[in-house]
Design a protein around this ligand. Structure first.
Ligand code: FES
Length: 143
């Protein structure tokens, strides 16, 4: 191989490599990969014996947090834990029996309705049922 051919080959390989390193992130940004968690409709949120009555748990539901609350009678209720004001994660206050957002002191009742503070809408409510020893949380079917 002549010196000139070798330098042409080296230049072509270097240019192609640099081009790939520049183009790959641009293409990934413009064509994002499928996000399977975005389509999550059902998760095992807790074990059946995990939460005492009056306790709560934040659990991952797809790419967002959910909140699972165990009522004093042992039943469960679950909601999206994303505050409808600016998206902070809410928590449960068992003494007041309210769901509370610490960011701007927003309150929701145990039906998920926004009752005071800045949240403009109720929390999304999820269906809860037991499957064996697991507490299963599911997004309600939409028509
Ligand atoms: S983000 Fe929850 S009250 Fe503002």
């Amino acid at each position: 191989m002549k010196r000139r051919d070798f330098l042409d080959w080296l230049f072509w390989i270097s240019g192609t490599t640099v081009g790939a390193f520049v183009l790959y992130p641009v293409v990934r940004y413009l064509v994002p990969p499928e996000m399977p968690e975005a389509a999550t409709r059902r998760v095992n949120a807790a074990r059946g014996d995990e939460l005492a009555p009056g306790a709560f748990k934040i659990f991952p539901f797809g790419g967002e947090p959910g909140i699972l609350i165990r009522n004093p009678d042992g039943s469960y209720r679950a909601f999206s834990a994303v505050c409808t004001h600016l998206g902070c994660t809410v928590q449960y206050r068992p003494g007041e029996r309210m769901i509370w957002c610490a960011c701007h002191d927003g309150f929701y009742d145990l039906e998920g309705r926004n009752v005071s503070g800045p949240p403009p809408r109720p929390l999304e409510r999820y269906d809860v049922h037991l499957a064996g020893d697991e507490v299963v949380v599911e997004k309600a079917q939409t028509a």
